[in-house]
Design a protein around this ligand. Structure first.
Ligand SMILES: C[S@@+](CC[C@H](N)C(=O)[O-])C[C@H]1O[C@@H](n2cnc3c(N)ncnc32)[C@H](O)[C@@H]1O
Length: 288
């Protein structure tokens, strides 16, 4: 079973107490280096700085800050973790345009229908939501007609399945945190939504890794038109996670080289469906 929303909040609140929250997320930079240029490119096309933009699962504000720095005057951030929202508030304090932050669950957004011009939901937020189909409908509901939604998800991946198996053989040295029964289950259904987990000290959170087809079907059913897809971590996803995470000079240069290549190939048509994550650019149509 995937973690309940209250347990997810508890997990992130615990992490937020850590003085060096960012250091823990070794993968952040690798992912941000790829997904933030996509965000910047798309919001760069929005001319109206009065647009109302919602950052769903804003956490410490990695994307919220980008939106505020771009000059948008009405940026909202919601998150279920009060601890992360506090960090976000501190980090955005000095900006000219500060975001409005709310402690809320994406499955029950405290906004009226068609409030926002655009929505951003980046870095595994949806993967944490047990009722993710409902969350997609909620985001659709609060988005204005013709509004854009930028959504990032983590997917099931064959390379992770392969390294997960090796990890079990090597007693967890590759840090895939997978048990034999979980791996066997994934082997039986390699392209379906699976449960994965993250650990932090004594806490653990179980989340979903999606089958993209499943998510795309739900988005279309909600009324979204998928305009564009980007494959994220296409090459770096083929290297065992534990190796890229090490602090050695070699690992850092290698990982940065892969990220640079990944950034350039994310939009190539036959590669878009590959990688560990996908970014979708979607639009709310006028008819559901
Ligand atoms: C990996 S963090 C990413 C945060 C931020 N978007 C970023 O890129 O740094 C995932 C975020 O999703 C939030 N989250 C998880 N479940 C949520 C829910 N049901 N409603 C709102 N936020 C949620 C978590 O609290 C966490 O801040």
């Amino acid at each position: 079973m995937v973690s309940k929303t209250s347990d997810v909040a508890d997990f992130y609140d615990e992490m937020a107490k850590d003085d060096d929250y960012d250091k823990f997320w070794a993968y952040d930079k690798a992912l941000y280096d790829q997904i933030h240029p996509i965000l910047v490119a798309h919001i760069g096309r929005i001319r109206n700085v009065a647009s109302e933009i919602l950052d769903v699962g804003c956490g410490t504000g990695a994307q919220t800050s980008i939106l505020c720095k771009k000059g948008f005057k009405s940026v909202y951030g919601i998150d279920i973790s009060k601890g992360l929202l506090r960090i976000c508030s501190t980090r955005t304090r000095m900006l000219n345009h500060r975001p409005l932050l709310l402690n809320s669950d994406v499955s029950a957004l405290p906004f009226r229908d068609r409030t926002f011009d655009h929505i951003v939901c980046f870095y595994n937020v949806l993967n944490h939501v047990p009722q993710y189909a409902f969350a997609i409908e909620e985001m659709y509901r609060v988005l204005k007609t013709e509004g854009y939604m930028l959504l990032e998800i983590e997917k099931v991946s064959m390379s992770d399945l392969f390294y997960g198996g090796l990890d079990i053989l090597f007693g967890g040295r590759l840090e895939y945190e997978i048990t034999l029964p979980e791996w066997l289950q994934q082997l039986r259904r390699p392209f379906s939504t699976v449960i994965a987990r993250w650990s932090y000290q004594t806490k653990q959170v179980k989340y979903l890794r999606f089958s993209p087809k499943d998510v795309e079907k739900i988005c279309r059913r909600a009324g979204f038109r998928i305009l564009r897809k980007y494959g994220i971590s296409i090459l770096s996803g083929m290297i065992p996670w534990g190796l890229l995470k090490t602090e050695s000079e070699f690992s850092r240069s290698f990982s940065s080289l892969l990220r640079n290549i990944d950034r350039r190939i994310s939009d190539i048509p036959f590669l878009r469906n590959m990688g560990l994550n996908t970014v979708y650019v979607m639009k709310k149509g006028d008819v559901k």
